[in-house]
Design a binder for this molecule. Structure first.
Ligand SMILES: *[C@@H]1O[C@H](CO)[C@@H](O)[C@H](O)[C@H]1NC(C)=O
Ligand SMILES: *[C@@H]1O[C@H](CO)[C@@H](O)[C@H](O)[C@H]1NC(C)=O
Ligand SMILES: *[C@@H]1O[C@H](CO)[C@@H](O)[C@H](O)[C@H]1NC(C)=O
Ligand SMILES: *[C@@H]1O[C@H](CO)[C@@H](O)[C@H](O)[C@H]1NC(C)=O
Length: 462
């Protein structure tokens, strides 16, 4: 036992961290870290992740450089010792590729020679800020050998890695593509879609040089589209042709047009980057209308603040089919009208998840109609159709029992005739006044006393 522990403590700690970051290996590392075999088990696995995430970004650069050298040296030995003929996945995350060009070339040669199916290259720097309008030149250029072996690739992720769009036709079997931290215009994105006819999943994160995002390709196989914090100059998004099943957008409020998306299952909208309250509710109203088919919808606090500011502050004219609504909210009074708007717009709602998070409360917010915040969730007001008839389950995540949470819950319990479950997931984080989990649990007990419209309601405090 002791000698085993010694052997482990003799391993460079960076090696242990890398191992721990191999997701499929977490379990193996936990269960067999003391066994002689574990290195071998791990060497034979077909999913390889070289991730420098153990390099601490708060340390001085010279320390980080040493840590990176250890990391690359480890990767070098690993591939030299690797005996299997095939690998399924290879991921490499390295934020200063310029210092290791030949090693990275070798890692890619190793992956290509073993017919890797899923390749992920992330050269972005963890210190880059996602919320700022920051563009960074690509840190690395995809070498030719990756295109040459591209026919077997099913999944490709390129972050801060430039590439030749004209050679994308080599990736003819690609189903999933994720691009990040790269300058790319709409013409190139269209060319990629043409070159990769089997593409089902496209994700763009922190990409720039897009004027309006437009995909209009009837017959396209694209099913999942993620646009995350991209710099879209005119804030326009048009999707026509692909029948999406999943749509996720995070960025600024703009003009969206998603035509005939009748296959949509899930949508996530995040406008927390917005800094100003403009009365642009109409844009969000139209977007919701286009997402009519979505069964599961996630919206953010800024969405809730803005959506009722259009011409129809009370709800959509044509209701949508959402069954599970997830609100990422602070339950701030600025969000109240938006929450009512959503409850009115989703008459078939079955599950409501209130995920309490720190939110971006817009300072220049203006309410769409005058209201008294204390009476807003009063039980005397007429309840929404979904609350009285279809709502079966309510989940509150990050419950702290503040007044607004209690008011909303009192209202839902009082009117929720069909409710079967209320799950309160008590926040694990301490409050600013030294409150603790135990304190929040105490507040959760108050909810048990509320008057309940439903006879078979099960309340769980978790
Ligand atoms: C590779 O093999 C050498 C020689 O057997 C060994 O010393 C080294 O620890 C191995 N490295 C890795 C990362 O497996
Ligand atoms: C990349 O595309 C160019 C033409 O744009 C072509 O000449 C070259 O052979 C291609 N390389 C590979 C590896 O496909
Ligand atoms: C596409 O993305 C979806 C949702 O993120 C995922 O469930 C699915 O496995 C992906 N498909 C492929 C072919 O990678
Ligand atoms: C919308 O999609 C459905 C089903 O694919 C199709 O039948 C219909 O013609 C489309 N409508 C429009 C306006 O494109």
């Amino acid at each position: 036992m002791n000698s085993n522990i010694d052997r482990i403590s003799n391993l460079p700690s960076s090696l242990l961290v890398i191992i721990a970051s191999f997701l499929p290996f977490k379990e193996a590392a936990r269960t067999s870290v003391l066994s002689k075999q574990w290195l071998n088990i791990w060497r034979d696995a077909m999913h390889i992740q070289f991730n420098e995430n153990f390099v601490k970004s708060d340390e001085p650069e010279e320390n980080r450089k040493v840590q990176r050298d250890v990391f690359i040296n480890f990767a070098r030995q690993f591939i030299a010792n690797y005996s299997q003929q095939v690998i399924k996945t290879l991921g490499l995350a390295c934020s200063k590729p310029g210092d290791f060009l030949s090693d990275i070339q070798n890692i890619l040669m190793f992956a290509s020679s073993r017919d890797v199916r899923e390749l992920g290259l992330d050269f972005s720097d963890p210190t880059w800020r996602e919320l700022a309008l920051e563009n960074h030149q690509a840190a690395f250029e995809l070498p030719l050998l990756v295109y040459e072996h591209g026919q077997v690739l099913r999944s490709l992720k390129l972050f801060s890695c430039s590439f030749k769009v004209s050679n994308f036709s080599n990736f003819c079997a690609l189903k999933t593509l994720s691009l990040g931290w790269i300058k790319i215009n709409m013409g190139s994105i269209s060319a990629i879609l043409d070159s990769c006819p089997l593409l089902e999943n496209l994700s763009l994160k922190k990409c720039w040089d897009i004027e309006n995002f437009e995909i209009s390709k009837p017959g396209s196989r694209l099913k999942s589209l993620v646009l995350e914090k991209c710099d879209i100059a005119y804030d326009g998004v048009l999707i026509e042709g692909p029948k999406l099943q999943f749509f996720k957008f995070s960025g600024n409020v703009g003009e969206f047009l998603l035509k005939n998306q009748s296959d949509l299952v899930k949508a996530e909208l995040d406008f927390e980057m917005e800094t100003e309250f403009d009365e642009i509710g109409l844009f969000l109203y139209n977007l919701l209308q286009d997402l009519f088919a979505a069964q599961v919808l996630t919206v953010c606090s800024v969405f809730l603040q803005i959506v009722p500011s259009g011409d129809e502050p009370l709800g959509l004219q044509a209701p949508i089919d959402v069954r599970h609504l997830i609100l990422k909210t602070a339950l701030h009074i600025n969000e109240f009208c938006g929450i009512k708007f959503m409850l009115r717009s989703c008459p078939h709602l079955e599950i409501l998840t209130i995920d309490i998070v720190p939110a971006n409360i817009l300072p220049d917010y203006g309410a769409p109609y005058p209201f008294n915040p204390h009476g807003f969730w009063s039980k005397d007001l007429m309840a929404e159709e979904c609350v009285t008839s279809t709502l079966k389950a309510v989940n509150v995540k990050g419950f702290t029992g503040m007044m607004n949470e209690l008011q909303v819950l009192r209202y839902l319990l009082h009117s929720g005739h069909a409710m079967e479950e209320l799950n309160l997931y008590v926040s694990g984080e301490g409050g600013s006044n030294g409150e603790t989990r135990g304190f929040y649990m105490g507040r959760a007990q108050q909810v048990l006393q509320f008057k309940k419209a439903s006879r078979n309601l099960n309340i769980a405090v978790l």
